[in-house]
Write a protein that binds this ligand. Structure first.
Ligand SMILES: Cc1ncc(COP(=O)(O)O)c(C=O)c1O
Length: 284
């Protein structure tokens, strides 16, 4: 039996019920997080909690009931109660503006938010990490506040479906001729020995893994520029990888049916993948 958390209660998943008026359901009016748990230890909690707080503030949703210390405790208890204290797991957290009659503007002050969390076992795809994956490019049709991790994920849903139908793992977005990020990942490219990634802005999610990679690259002395790569140059980059909480560092070795670099994960990608793995598993 799976135990989940809903509005202050731990209960069997089958008993967790939401109102059909919940604004998460009706409008996609909410914020979510996915955190990685390794041997019972939540990775980069403070960064996830800070991003969630920023997102709630950005949407003007109350943070009451979604405080960092409270949610961290929720993560730890869900992991323990679901027998996920060994091996790997993820915890999904979601806060919506709550249930209220359907009008677009905010409900009455004091309407309780909905706070939900669940934990699941997780197994990284090691073969794909080692061999590399396929990608496609797609126009970024999302809105202009991609920095907010909202539950309204239609841009990502349609893009990942297009990728799947093309036999690929990820869709890499472009906007105004520039490569922004993946449908559910941030994107990095190696061009002439320099690691490049789209700068933090409203057009990408400030990925927790992205921040780890930036820090690791600096520590390893890998030249890094937070500067966009043009779509027209993308197929000729030396290396391309995407990263995320459940993606780690994932080389993209074929894009739109064309080989990237040597067609195998490149040296910078492998170095960063190994450095991230050390942080994840080595506990440093
Ligand atoms: C659009 C988008 N970009 C980047 C990421 C990676 O973020 P993180 O490293 O925090 O998982 C995600 C994760 O879901 C995402 O949805």
């Amino acid at each position: 039996m799976t135990t989940v958390y809903l509005n202050g209660h731990y209960l069997p998943k089958a008993d967790a019920k939401l109102s059909v008026d919940d604004r998460g359901f009706v409008f996609g009016d909410g914020i979510y997080e996915v955190v990685r748990v390794i041997e019972g230890r939540v990775f980069a909690w403070d960064a996830h909690a800070a991003r969630m707080a920023d997102g709630l503030e950005g949407l003007r949703i109350s943070r009451a009931g979604a405080e960092s210390a409270l949610l961290r405790g929720v993560c730890e208890r869900l992991v323990a109660e679901n027998g996920l204290g060994t091996g790997e797991a993820t915890v999904y957290l979601q806060v919506t503006r709550g249930a209220a009659p359907r009008v677009h503007h905010f409900p009455a002050t004091g309407t309780p938010t909905t706070v939900f969390a669940s934990a699941s076992a997780f197994k990284p795809n090691m073969a794909m990490r080692t061999d590399g994956a396929k990608g496609i490019t797609l126009a970024d049709i999302r809105w202009s506040r991609c920095d907010l991790k909202t539950v309204n994920l239609l841009g990502a849903v349609l893009a990942r479906q297009a990728a799947q139908e093309a036999g690929a793992y990820e869709a890499i977005f472009h906007r105004d001729g520039m490569v922004t990020e993946g449908a559910a990942t941030n994107a990095f490219m190696v061009v002439g020995g320099v690691l490049r990634t789209f700068p933090l802005s409203h057009y990408i999610l400030p990925g927790i893994t992205r921040a780890e990679i930036v820090e690791l690259a600096r520590g390893l002395g890998i030249p890094l520029e937070e500067r966009p790569v043009a779509l027209r140059d993308l197929h000729a980059v030396d290396e391309l990888f995407v990263c995320g909480t459940t993606t780690d560092v994932q080389a993209i070795v074929e894009l739109d049916g064309r080989r990237i670099g040597s067609g195998t994960p490149g040296p910078v990608t492998v170095r960063l993948r190994e450095a991230l793995a050390k942080r994840l598993y080595g506990g440093s």
